[in-house]
Design a protein around this ligand. Sequence first.
Ligand SMILES: Nc1ncnc2c1ncn2[C@@H]1O[C@H](COP(=O)(O)OP(=O)(O)OP(=O)(O)O)[C@@H](O)[C@H]1O
Ligand SMILES: *[C@@H]1O[C@H](CO)[C@@H](O)[C@H](O)[C@H]1NC(C)=O
Ligand SMILES: *[C@@H]1O[C@H](CO)[C@@H](O)[C@H](O)[C@H]1NC(C)=O
Ligand SMILES: CC(=O)N[C@H]1CO[C@H](CO)[C@@H](O)[C@@H]1O
Ligand SMILES: [Mg+2]
Length: 367
Amino acid sequence: MAFCPIFCCLNVSDRKGRGKKQPPWRVFSLKELHSATNNFNYDNKLGEGGFGSVYWGQLWDGSQIAVKRLKVWSNKADMEFAVEVEILARVRHKNLLSLRGYCAEGQERLIVYDYMPNLSLLSHLHGQHSTESLLDWNRRMNIAIGSAEGIVYLHVQATPHIIHRDVKASNVLLDSDFQARVADFGFAKLIPDGATHVTTRVKGTLGYLAPEYAMLGKANESCDVYSFGILLLELASGKKPLEKLSSSVKRAINDWALPLACEKKFSELADPRLNGDYVEEELKRVILVALICAQNQPEKRPTMVEVVELLKGESKEKVLQLENNELFKNPLAVGNTNDEISAAEGSSDFISAENESKHEMEENAEP
Ligand SMILES: Nc1ncnc2c1ncn2[C@@H]1O[C@H](COP(=O)(O)OP(=O)(O)OP(=O)(O)O)[C@@H](O)[C@H]1O
Ligand SMILES: *[C@@H]1O[C@H](CO)[C@@H](O)[C@H](O)[C@H]1NC(C)=O
Ligand SMILES: *[C@@H]1O[C@H](CO)[C@@H](O)[C@H](O)[C@H]1NC(C)=O
Ligand SMILES: CC(=O)N[C@H]1CO[C@H](CO)[C@@H](O)[C@@H]1O
Ligand SMILES: [Mg+2]
């Protein structure tokens, strides 16, 4: 089989895997995945993202899986797929949704995960579970810290280091205990350059994109920090990253939250579904951390290690420094910029990424 040599090298260097009887991941046959998902039956479909459809399935041993079936593939990238997926599959952390394996047969490329019974953060904040209000403040705090720890692992502990590139509410899945599992890390890299895909992705995740990433398409750790800041604001407020104010005007969540935070109106930022039931100090901390993450200048954002420390609030001194950050000092400067993005010319649902980028560039250029 074509992937054999890669396997062998990786297994030799995988020291953690040594001594264990069962490898943490394996290669699946297409046949097995067909039977697990009832031939990729429409009824098994969990959803669809930028890379293809995701199906629920059950293996012969009864375990539940989610299978992502990639829709675009180029022959050229064949080997890269296997190498990349094998690297990602070796990543293990309590807050990461690891790969269980993959399948690469003919033109088919599939990735197999554990099924997460409580679905995504997105489904609880804005989707099918949103009316059930299952996310009390304690759960939200755990999800915030847990997902941050998952990203820290990717940024500093994984070898090689991994930049997620697509941190957002649909990529934070929840296990049976509502613990956060960050999914789809490092995945954007797998898609060949120039695929129509890239456009879809940029549009689809617009509200989370760091301005420098939207403009140049180059991601580093600071881009994940920005996206994580947006995610935190979403988690605390229950609002979407981009809120439609009218048919032509959309407002970014950080532009809405910053002036309120400067005026210390934290209770106005809390998700109404919490019914005032939250720890004030924690809410304030989450909002402040979120906003220093989701600021335009990448070099001013904290690292994810600092984010975890701040969210946990263990160092009173650092929390105080956070409160005194220059970002929260000058509400006037904030109000000056156009905090409402106009999409007036087009009637399309999304602001074009290029136009958005230009807009943000202008904002940056202002003193
Ligand atoms: N292991 C899983 N268990 C349960 N639901 C899952 C699992 N993996 C994905 N999903 C859900 O399936 C849907 C489609 O996921 P997919 O990752 O393809 O798209 P996405 O997260 O919306 O966007 P992106 O392609 O950028 O990741 C999402 O709602 C996601 O939360
Ligand atoms: C990421 O790149 C930006 C420039 O686009 C830079 O300012 C920032 O410091 C970089 N972040 C890290 C963690 O290297
Ligand atoms: C940017 O917006 C203008 C209108 O302001 C529109 O005509 C143009 O097509 C947009 N560009 C893209 C790439 O969508
Ligand atoms: C809302 C929801 O789907 N809750 C589920 C979370 O996961 C546990 C364990 O599978 C289920 O029992 C809950 O119903
Ligand atoms: Mg996803």
